[in-house]
Design a protein around this ligand. Sequence first.
Ligand code: ATP
Ligand code: MG
Length: 250
Amino acid sequence: MERPSPLLEVHGLTKRFGGVEALIDVDFAVGGHEVVALVGDNAAGKSTLARVLSGVVSPDAGRILFEGEPVVLSSAQQALRLGIATVFQETALCENLDVASNIFLGRERFTGGLLDEDEMEFLARDYLDRLGSRIPDVRVPLHRLTAGQRQCVAVARTLVTEPRLVILDEPTASMSISQTAEVLVHIERLRDMGLGVVYISHNLVDVHAVADRIEVLRHGRNNGSFDAYESTTEEVIAAITGASRIPLRR
Ligand SMILES: Nc1ncnc2c1ncn2[C@@H]1O[C@H](COP(=O)(O)OP(=O)(O)OP(=O)(O)O)[C@@H](O)[C@H]1O
Ligand SMILES: [Mg+2]
C-alpha cells in the first residue's frame, strides 16, 4: 500500500524539563487519512510529544514540518490555525452544560450579537453524526452521558476548528469495552474524513484494531515503528519494554 504523504513531520525533537529528558532526538510523522498510534510505557514522552505538536510546549531542538513547510508551533492558537487540534489526557468538559454548549464552549456562534443556538445545535448534531455517535440529543447535559459519549463530545469539539490533524491523548483510559469500541469508531470516522489522527494509548489490542502505523517511544526516544497490519502485539511490547532495542523501520 502506498503511504500517504505526511501532513506533519517531526525531526530530531528534543525536550528537557530540568534534568528530565522527556524527548530525545525523536522523529515522527503522520499523514492525512492515517491513524498513527503513539505507544510507550508511563513517562515515555507521549504526552510531551502531543503537547509539542499542539503548540503548548516548545521543544529545545528539532524541526517540525506541516505539509512540507517548516513551522514553529509557538502557541495552541497557532497550532489550531494550522489545523492541529488536540484532545488532551486531562480534558475537562462542563458537566452542567449540554452537549452542544460543550462542543462550542469558547467558540460560540453569534448572529446579530446573539448566540445562534439553532446553528450550534445543527452543527453539533452534524459533528456527532459524522463521528458515528450514539448521543441522541445535543441538549442533554453532560452529566447524563457515559464516559464514551463524553469523549465523543471532546472529539466533536475539535471539529469546530476544522482540523487537518487530530491528536487524542489516551481517550479510552479507564473505559469499559463497549465505550472504548465507540471511541474507536470515532477515530475511524476521523480517518474516513481524510484527517490525520495521532492516537495515544496503552491498550495494544485497541491500537492494532484501529491504527495504520504504530510508533513506540521508550525513555523519550524512538524505539520502533511498525505497520499495524503486519506486526504482532508481542513485537510492539518488546519495543515498549526494551526487549528489542533496535528501532524496526519498515
Ligand atoms: N511540565 C513538566 N515538568 C517536569 N517534568 C515533566 C513535565 N511534563 C512531563 N514531564 C516529565 O517528562 C517525562 C515524560 O512525561 P510524559 O507525560 O510525556 O509521559 P507519557 O508517555 O505521556 O506518560 P503516561 O503514559 O504516564 O501518560 C516524565 O518523566 C514526566 O515526569
Ligand atoms: Mg501521557
